[in-house]
Design a protein around this ligand. Structure first.
Ligand SMILES: Nc1ncnc2c1ncn2[C@@H]1O[C@H](COP(=O)(O)OP(=O)(O)O)[C@@H](O)[C@H]1O
Ligand SMILES: [Mg+2]
Length: 326
């Protein structure tokens, strides 16, 4: 909707894990190097954790695009708690026939596949996303698969991506043997303020737009609202573009970010006091109906108006606020 208005060829802040938008912060860069190392060396397990929306799936898509034909990848994108037979999923991930086979036959089929690929000088990688959902039993099964070898070479490498619970799980005593097989283990951090600015500019540029479309204060506000989590930066910035377009603004400023925030607070039914905002001044109270009559929506609208006219500097307001969650 706003693309043409802002001269963008596509939406710069979509929530898809599109690797063409990849921005390498310090932490993403390290994660990428370690993932590459994990895939190129004979590492058994590579484990990358990070909060929801920190960029794990995007990084994995990026690395998969870079792998050559000599690497066979099986991807399980959405591991579930009620997973059923792991081996069926693994065979499916590699495009192998998994139907009507006993567990022994499944194992044998996978074993044969691995050895055959090894003979062809191919590497085989199993990548599991959302791995925090796997059960301890399934993890143990994965460990058994990592035992398959040919000429003393480990023929299967595994990459697990997951939310921070995955780390907690791997510390359990039942998984001690599994933990010993992990060669690469990294936790993806969120972006800092400078990186958040660079990230916003980067995504705007990739989408064919003006990297300076969000002014410095707007970027600062995006950082405050998101704590540097890319997924939340995207949500906030996408909304800000909708607002900016609706109000025919040439540039996205902290004021627009404040509006987005106040509306979000309203949707969440947060009152001014929940947000830690200043009390109404006497004179403004006189200009409006009793605030207790109007309900939260009206209070928020009022605070918004007051903030814009009296405080002016939106970034200062945001700094003082307890921010809603996007
Ligand atoms: N380093 C990054 N560069 C560009 N976009 C990113 C980056 N990290 C995350 N994103 C974006 O943030 C959103 C969430 O990323 P995703 O990879 O799905 O996170 P996770 O898998 O950790 O939950 C996506 O829109 C993705 O494109
Ligand atoms: Mg993901």
């Amino acid at each position: 909707m706003y693309e043409a208005y802002y001269g963008l060829s596509e939406r710069p802040f979509s929530l898809l894990p599109d690797p063409s938008f990849l921005y390498l912060s310090k932490s993403h860069d390290t994660a990428l190097t370690l993932l590459e190392y994990g895939l190129m060396s004979q590492a058994g397990f590579t484990v990358i954790t990070g909060e929801i929306g920190s960029g794990k799936t995007t990084l994995s898509r990026h690395i998969l695009n870079k792998l050559g034909d000599n690497v066979k990848v099986g991807l399980i994108t959405n591991a579930q708690k009620s997973f059923g037979e792991l081996l069926q999923w693994v065979l499916l991930a590699f495009g192998l026939d998994y139907k009507n086979k006993t567990k022994v036959e499944l194992y044998q089929a996978f074993n044969d596949f691995l050895i055959e690929e090894y003979r062809k000088n191919h590497r085989t990688v199993l990548m599991i996303d959302e791995a925090q959902n796997l059960s301890v039993e399934t993890m143990e099964e994965l460990r058994m698969l990592s035992n398959i070898n040919a000429d003393k070479h480990q023929v299967l490498q595994m990459v697990l991506l997951g939310q921070p619970e995955l780390r907690t799980m791997l510390r359990q005593p039942e998984l001690e043997q599994f933990a010993q097989r992990i060669s690469v283990d990294f936790h993806l951090k969120c972006l800092d303020e400078e990186e958040t600015k660079a990230y916003i500019k980067h995504r705007l540029a990739i989408a064919g737009g003006d990297p300076g479309l969000f002014d410095d204060e707007a970027c600062e506000a995006a950082f405050m609202l998101s704590n540097g989590t890319p997924r939340i930066i995207n949500r906030v910035c996408d909304l800000a573009l909708v607002y900016g377009f609706a109000e025919e603004k040439q540039q996205i400023t902290a004021e627009i970010m404040l509006e987005v925030t106040m509306d979000k607070a309203e949707i969440e039914d947060l009152a001014a006091s929940d947000l830690g905002l200043p009390e109404f001044s006497k004179e403004t109270e006189e200009q409006t109906p009793n605030k207790n009559q109007g309900g939260v929506g009206e209070v928020v609208a009022h605070v918004q108006k007051e903030l814009q006219s009296h405080l002016g500097h939106a970034i200062e307001t945001l700094r003082k606020m307890k921010l809603p969650r996007f």
